[in-house]
Design a protein around this ligand. Structure first.
Ligand code: 6PG
Length: 234
């Protein structure tokens, strides 16, 4: 594993989420102490909901914390597939309901128009973000940066100025809204949360991959400027 990646292994999911909850809480507390503000982008999907549940009553001044998503499905915010809906059920309640949530899904005439509106909204975030919390698919995508997506090169270009882009992965029945690579890297620390042996094997492939088109997540794992904390359990 590269010197920039720090592995946090737990023997089961419960201890994994407990350790990661402590890590996130301490990171946000430190930023609040240093800067009186904190910000993080979190992933959707099925893995992180129990982690988010455990964060809702963390001892933080949540009113000073900006929260957004690394990516979103282009579906209504009350749709079963909506990451925002999942986040409102799991994290944005209790004390954490006082946080400043910046959604990526917005009503407009197209996914592209929504992405432009969300890019503008993300400008209000406290940057660099303290944390970006990523998941990973077994195709080595992260956020909604999917291998083979027609928009992938643009979304991962170092010259990309948009903070959020509409993408249409072939595996998705609907467009998605994703933070661009530059935005995901505009942070002080990256967390990757994965569970299961299959994803661990996928991670090992991504760490060795020489093609960010084949393994978009490799662009975040193999860089040397931002610490990467890999939290994983069987
Ligand atoms: C999404 C996520 C995505 C997710 C991975 C892993 O919108 O689905 O942001 O990048 O993190 O696909 O998803 P699982 O946790 O469901 O395996």
């Amino acid at each position: 594993m590269s010197h920039n990646c720090h592995e946090h292994y737990s023997s089961d999911k419960q201890s994994l989420f407990s350790e990661l909850q402590s890590f996130i809480t301490a990171t946000l507390q430190q930023s609040l102490a240093e800067r009186d503000k904190a910000s993080m982008a979190v992933s959707g999907g099925s893995t992180p909901a129990p982690l988010y549940e455990s964060l809702t009553d963390a001892p933080l001044d949540w009113s000073k914390v900006d929260i957004t998503l690394t990516d979103e499905r282009y579906v209504p915010a009350d749709d079963a597939d909506s990451n925002e809906a999942m986040l409102r059920r799991s994290l944005l309640k209790g004390a954490a309901a006082k946080s400043n949530f910046i959604p990526l899904m917005r009503t407009s005439e197209s996914a592209e128009a929504t992405a432009a509106l969300s890019s503008a909204a993300l400008e209000q975030m406290h940057l660099p973000m303290d944390l970006v919390i990523l998941g990973m698919g077994n195709d080595m995508h992260t956020a909604s940066l999917f291998p083979g997506a027609p928009e992938l090169n643009a979304a991962m270009s170092p010259d990309q100025k948009a903070l959020c882009m509409a993408v249409q992965p072939s595996s998705s029945p609907y467009p998605r809204l994703s933070m661009t690579l530059n935005t995901l890297l505009n942070c002080r620390a990256i967390v990757l949360l994965i569970t299961g042996d299959e994803k661990r094997a996928t991670l090992d492939r991504a760490l060795k991959s020489e093609s960010i088109n084949e393994a978009p997540i490799a662009a975040l794992l193999q860089q040397d400027s931002i610490p990467v904390h890999i939290f994983w359990s069987p």
